[in-house]
Design a protein. Structure first.
Length: 266
């Protein structure tokens, strides 16, 4: 594990958001990696409900200022950074006034997904990758948490497939139980297709529900972690059928097993 570079990407991280299973894991895993001699960088969205003064976020001017093209629209990228108190962990925040200013995460007050979550996912995906490129920090492992990161494996192996910085990176996806019902916008597939990604790779986005997003992540990841105890049977079957290295829920809670998985499989 010594000096292995691990990029952690999540839609939720403690202490910036409430202590969900995903937010806790997105803090505990990089902490364990650091304690075993690895190096980490953490990326998450900068939602409007995050208190910038309390958590001492500040904009990184040299990383900000880029425009990302989302469905033929130029959207400004702002990068902010903070350090988790008492830990040697730096967190980078992907920000944009249109996508992340609202004082909530991925659901409205009724629990429904925001209608622009598809564009937010694309923006977050591109924003993280472009920022890591500017940092010139080549990760050995990219560890993704939750359905909001489901586009990363696809984009890294297609849209960014010729990017030398990620040529040797292995992708691990932690799969969590569903927290929404229904499907995203019918335009989701077209918005991803705008980036010239092969149609056969994204046909599942015609009905972009939890199962479709999870299946997309599983298909393009190199390793998988069953991060919730009660995953839908269809998802468990998809993981089993993938024949990829996997940690089940119980194994993922054992730090020694987890670090061994990181060290020997990737």
């Amino acid at each position: 594990m010594k000096d292995k570079r691990v990029l952690i990407i999540s839609s939720e991280v403690v202490p910036y958001l409430p202590q969900t299973e995903q937010a806790i894991n997105s803090f505990q895993i990089p902490k364990a990696i650091n304690e075993h001699g690895g190096q980490t960088r953490i990326f998450m969205p900068r939602y409007g409900l995050i208190n910038e003064r309390r958590h001492q976020l500040h904009e990184v001017i040299r990383l900000s200022g880029m425009n990302l093209v989302i469905n033929d629209m130029d959207m400004p990228l702002i990068i902010k950074v903070a350090s988790i108190p008492k830990e040697r962990m730096q967190v980078y925040f992907i920000d944009n006034e249109e996508y992340f200013k609202r004082r909530s995460i991925l659901h409205d007050e009724k629990g429904s997904c925001y209608s622009d979550n598809d564009e937010r996912m694309i923006f977050f995906t591109k924003g993280v990758v472009e920022t890591v490129k500017k940092l010139n920090w080549a990760p050995d492992v990219i560890h993704l948490h939750g359905w909001f990161t489901a586009l990363f494996p696809l984009y890294l192996k297609s849209y960014y497939g010729d990017e030398p910085l990620f040529a040797d990176s292995k992708i691990i996806s932690s799969i969590y139980e569903p927290d929404f019902e229904g499907a995203f916008s019918k335009d989701f597939e077209g918005k991803v297709a705008f980036d010239k990604i092969e149609p056969d790779l994204i046909s599942g986005l015609q009905k972009a529900n939890y199962d479709a997003l999870t299946k997309l992540a599983i298909a393009h990841s190199d390793g998988l972690i069953m991060a919730s105890e009660n995953l839908p049977k269809a998802v468990v079957d998809e993981i089993d059928d993938s024949k990829k290295p996997v940690l089940n829920y119980t194994e993922s809670k054992d730090e020694d097993v987890f670090i061994e998985f990181y060290s020997k499989k990737f």
